[in-house]
Ligand binder design. Structure first.
Ligand code: GLN
Length: 473
């Protein structure tokens, strides 16, 4: 039995038909991690014992009950920014080295209750700041398609683990593209739900008005299944709500209106990526979908707007890492010195850069010119989407303007790294759902296509993606 190529769907079928047990499946995946991860480095920690314990419980459940969730007994990996009780949870930051979570994030509570099997915690850019996983305080992760290239970021460990068959699916978080861009770079599917559709409780906060947890999987259908299990209102996150999810209905591609935002097929886009994305869209057109060029006129300000509001929220959220309550503590002559020394030693360059930028943008005298202006532009960007979705059902565009790049290529110039996020940040600014799915390869490097839907249009996005996935097969 080759366990490696299993999806949530096929693994769950195998478990139900007793072709294998969850313990056998989990052992096989753990062995694969052992065999492969020395090279890929997707995991920060593996919880072999805990995973096998959960697998035994799942087997007991599978033996006595029917009508269980397809996630029962199926192994997954969890981004290190998401708290799993009693497991080390560092967000790949030195300041939280060896920090053990004292409670489960809501998404973890949900999947544990279902009977899923947590394999371990995956690598990421420190506190989810970055687009290549090179900002991890521990080590970079490699792209399974080409070990000389980055896997994308910040959920690079989760994406690489799925792509390298070191897990069946994974949880990640997306603040400005961190699920979608690594999914695109690693040739898998990744879904950022509508803001609020999944509880953020227990996700280490980066920028609270953008952060969203979501699934990464081998297929869009798997993302659908995983999202269904983690979504929903949570009393611990006041921004959460119940988004309806229509799992059964297969969307008729015919008569669907697809918008192609012209600002996202513009200068700077690799023509090979453009060609693959357009070819995939044409397949939908052949099925009767209507394609329309759309404009999102304020897109030109999106990246600046994102990095301003983001850094401002980071500067506030990361104030809690002061050496007193969690993680690394450095001594000093007085309390201020303790704070300063702990933060200087514990936080990496990119994190400190953003804290400084954000503190500046929020400071008296600059607040109106930067933070307030960026918030006003954010409203205009939201309105662009509202207008667009009066005309079309979904928008389609590339996930990334460039192919996976080499290690060190962009680390010396932060602006070059920020430019990687040009097509993904808008969905977070507007709070709308967006999916990344593979649409072909350039050489051995995968290319992702992005499907963006209206607020709470999560079903439409996933069904459209699933329809396209079938057409591309
Ligand atoms: N690359 C983006 C950034 O560095 C997105 C990060 C994310 O989504 N967590 O801000």
């Amino acid at each position: 039995m080759d366990f490696k190529k299993l999806t949530i769907k096929s693994a769950s079928e195998g478990l139900r038909k007793k072709k294998f047990s969850s313990v056998e499946l989990t052992e096989a995946i753990l062995d694969e991690i052992e065999r492969r991860d020395g090279e890929i480095k997707a995991f920060l920690s593996v919880d072999r014992e805990g995973a096998l314990e959960a697998a035994k419980d799942a087997d007991r459940l599978l033996a006595k009950e029917e009508n269980l969730s397809p996630l029962v007994g199926v192994p997954l990996a969890v981004k290190d920014a998401i708290l799993v009780k009693d497991l080390v949870s560092t967000s790949a930051s030195g300041i939280l080295e060896n920090y053990k979570a004292t409670y489960d994030a809501t998404v973890i509570k949900k999947i544990k209750e279902i009977g899923a099997v947590i394999l371990g915690k995956t690598n990421m850019d420190e506190f989810a700041m970055g687009s290549s996983t090179e900002n991890s305080a521990f080590f970079p992760t490699r792209n399974p398609h080409d070990l000389k290239k980055v896997p994308g970021g910040s959920s690079g460990g989760s994406a690489a683990a799925v792509a390298a068959d070191e897990t069946i699916w994974a949880l990640g978080s997306d603040t400005g593209g961190s699920i979608r861009q690594p999914s695109s770079f690693c040739g898998i599917a990744g879904f950022k739900p509508s803001y609020g559709a999944v509880s953020r409780f227990g996700l280490m906060a980066m920028a609270s008005s953008f952060d969203q947890i979501g699934p990464l999987g081998k297929t869009v259908e798997d993302c659908f299944t995983a999202f269904n299990a983690i979504r929903g209102k949570d009393s611990f996150d006041s921004t959460s709500f119940d988004v309806g999810l229509d799992l059964g209905d297969q969307l008729a591609v015919k008569n669907m209106k697809i918008g192609m935002p012209k600002e996202y097929f513009a200068q700077g886009l690799d023509p090979r990526i453009e060609m693959l994305v357009k070819q995939a869209i044409e397949k939908l057109q052949d099925q009767g979908a209507q394609i329309k060029e759309i404009s999102l006129p304020h897109s030109q300000f999106a990246l600046a707007c994102y990095y301003l509001i983001l850094s401002s929220e980071i500067s506030a959220n990361l104030a809690r890492y002061d050496g007193i309550k969690y993680g690394v503590c450095r001594s000093g002559e007085n309390l201020l010195d303790v704070y300063l020394n702990s933060r200087k030693d514990g936080l990496g360059d990119e994190v400190r850069r953003r804290i400084m930028l954000g503190t500046y943008a929020l400071s008296a005298g600059y607040y109106d010119a930067y933070y307030k202006k960026a918030q006003q532009i954010r409203t205009l960007i939201r309105k662009d989407f509202e207008e667009a979705f009066k005309q079309v059902d979904v928008l389609m565009c590339p996930v990334s303007p460039i192919l996976p790049f080499g290690f060190g290529e962009k680390t010396s110039d932060p602006i070059q790294m920020y430019l990687c996020d040009i097509y993904t940040v808008i969905a977070n600014l507007a709070g709308v759902p967006a999916l990344s799915m593979p649409c072909g390869k350039v050489g051995n490097l995968p290319v992702g296509l992005q499907i963006i839907g209206p607020q709470k249009g999560d079903s439409t996005v996933l069904q459209m993606g699933s329809a396209l996935e079938r057409l591309l097969k």
